[in-house]
Structures are given as structure tokens and as C-alpha cells.
Design a protein around this ligand. Structure first.
Ligand SMILES: [Zn+2]
Length: 321
């Protein structure tokens, strides 16, 4: 009977070893990038509560927003680490500080910026006047339907706003871009709202994308079920600060994404998220932790209960042996 207990223990250890090996294989395959075959690499920088996304192609590069002013130095550090000396398109989705604050540092730096794509909405804040005076002479008004080429196989389309601006609210007038790289698309939704989503869908625009930069840091007032059905993403990225005062991302939005079977990543959970594509599939780099429906505390408690159960079970087996 002693042998029976030992065999059980061996089986448990073999099973755990298999699980461990499988997790290594899965994480290794996720870490494998597309190397020279990459058409585009997208960096969703961790800038705390805000957005800053760098789109790196074999041709022209683009920076979508710059995070808040206090993240300006961190943003410059990220760009320097990538040896960025020229940005063809700086996109300022709307005039809020958590999007244009860090752009002031970029526009003030030695990085050559060719064009600043802007929604056209003015603001009375100090950060806006700093931004707009540095951007002077480079501003292009973003308008639905515009198309820009970044490289042979990479281009992007402006889905929002329409000109003249359709809404009285800055978020709803956010620039929304759909980047196409071969057969793979990324949708960058800025701080768009239900209104903006409805406007894009009513206009019959193609929003289908494998990767969605979730609108407005995962706010409950964006990413409607209807919009999500049309985008039908495989991956979603939420850019938000740890313990931010807005409660972003809101649980309803995370639930809507998870119910659709989307793999969700958050900068508040994993820091900078990096994805690349060869035009066929999306590679997620660095093995970030997917956002789960349950708070981490609940998951830890469940694991603890399971481990305790296992320990008692093994002790009982030994005793019965
Ligand atoms: Zn924002």
C-alpha cells in the first residue's frame, strides 16, 4: 500500500512538471518576434494615466499621443532607447493633458517631427498653448477619410473626427486611426465615446481590426458591444495608470471585452506592451499578463485553497498507505 501512495505522488509531480514545461513553451513562443519580417512594431508605452503609442515601421514612424506632462521624461527615455531621431507623424488625438502633455517634451527635443496631425479642437489650458505653439507650422487637420502611407505595406486611415467637428465634447472629437499592415489592422481609438463609435459605424467605415487600443483608458462610456462586434479584435490594450482616480478601466468595459473572447492587456498591469506583425499574424512580446475578470486577490485566495487541499490530500494518502 505504501507503493500506491508513492505512485500517486510521482503522478502528481509528473503532471506538475508537464504543466510547467507547457507554460515555458507557450511563453517562449509568445516571446518570439517576427525579426526582419516585421512590417510594424507598436509600443504601447507605460506613461501612467494617459496614452503614448509609438508605431515603428520600415519606412515612416508615428507617435500617437505623449501621455501626461509628468511622463515627458520617461517618454523621451523610451524614444531614445529605440534610437528615434525622426518622427514623421505626431498625432495629438485631442487637447487633454494626459495625451498632449508629454508631446511638449518631444516637440521641444532634438527629434525631428515632420507633421503634427491634430483634431483641431482648441483649449484654454497652459499645456495646450505650449503644445500648439511648438507644433506651429506643422499642423495638419485630421479629417475622416484621409489616408497616409508609412511604408510599402503599412498605411493608416483617419476614421474620426469629421470636419467641421461634429461634437461639443473633446473626447468624442478624438482622432481615431485604423492602421493596416498587410492583412493585420490596429485600431487606435483615442478617448472616443459611444457617440464617436456610433458616428463611425453610421458612416459605414471599416473598423475590423486584430488589435484594439481601447478607447478612453477603458471607460464605461466607450467600447459598446455593437462597436466591439464590428471591430472583432483578437487583442485589446488598455492604457491606464495604476490606481488612477477615474477607476479606469471600468469593470463593465473589461467584461464586454472578455465576453467577446478578446485577450486584454493593460499598461497598469504589465507596463509597456509591445506587439508586432509580419502582416499575417500578431506577435505579443515580453509575455505580458492578460487582464482577468477576477481581481488578483480572488485568484490568489483560490490558489491558496487549492494548494491547502492538495497538501491535505497527499498527507491523507500517506496516512492511508
Ligand atoms: Zn485620456
Amino acid at each position: 500500500m505504501k507503493l500506491y501512495g508513492t505512485a500517486n505522488l510521482q503522478f502528481i509531480f509528473a503532471f506538475l512538471l508537464m504543466l510547467f514545461s507547457a507554460s515555458i513553451i507557450v511563453s517562449t513562443s509568445i516571446r518570439m518576434g517576427c525579426g526582419n519580417s516585421c512590417l510594424v512594431t507598436v509600443y504601447f508605452f507605460d506613461v501612467g494615466q494617459g496614452d503614448a503609442i509609438f508605431v515603428d515601421t520600415n519606412g515612416l514612424d508615428m507617435l500617437i499621443d505623449g501621455g501626461p506632462r509628468k511622463a515627458g521624461a520617461a517618454l523621451m527615455g523610451y524614444l531614445e532607447a529605440l534610437n528615434v531621431s525622426r518622427i514623421s507623424f505626431v498625432v495629438a488625438t485631442h487637447p487633454h493633458e494626459d495625451h498632449i502633455g508629454g508631446l511638449v517634451a518631444v516637440l521641444n527635443s532634438s527629434i525631428n517631427v515632420d507633421a503634427v496631425l491634430y483634431s483641431g479642437e482648441s483649449a484654454t489650458t497652459q499645456v495646450y498653448s505650449n503644445f500648439i505653439s511648438l507644433a506651429q507650422g506643422k499642423v495638419t487637420l485630421a479629417e475622416r477619410g484621409q489616408e497616409y502611407v508609412l511604408s510599402d505595406d503599412v498605411n493608416f486611415t483617419v476614421l474620426n473626427p469629421v470636419q467641421p467637428l461634429e461634437f461639443s465634447d473633446s473626447n468624442s472629437n478624438s482622432i481615431v486611426l485604423r492602421l493596416q499592415a498587410g492583412n493585420v489592422a490596429f485600431l487606435f481609438a483615442g478617448d472616443a465615446t459611444f457617440d464617436a463609435e456610433e458616428s463611425m459605424l453610421n458612416a459605414g467605415l471599416n473598423v475590423a481590426s486584430q488589435v484594439l487600443k481601447v478607447a478612453h483608458h477603458g471607460s464605461r462610456y466607450a467600447t459598446s458591444a455593437t462597436f466591439l462586434n464590428d471591430v472583432n479584435p483578437e487583442y485589446a490594450v488598455i492604457s491606464a495608470g495604476v490606481d488612477n482616480t477615474y477607476g479606469h478601466p471600468h469593470v463593465e468595459t473589461v467584461q464586454r471585452l472578455l465576453e467577446k473572447g478578446v485577450t486584454v492587456y493593460g499598461t497598469y498591469l504589465s507596463g509597456t506592451i509591445i506587439m508586432s506583425t509580419d502582416g499575417q499574424t500578431v506577435q505579443v512580446h515580453g509575455n505580458p499578463k492578460p487582464v482577468s475578470e477576477f481581481p488578483q486577490g480572488v485568484v490568489l485566495c483560490l490558489i491558496l485553497v487549492l494548494v491547502t487541499f492538495f497538501v491535505f490530500w497527499i498527507k491523507n494518502l500517506r496516512r492511508s498507505g
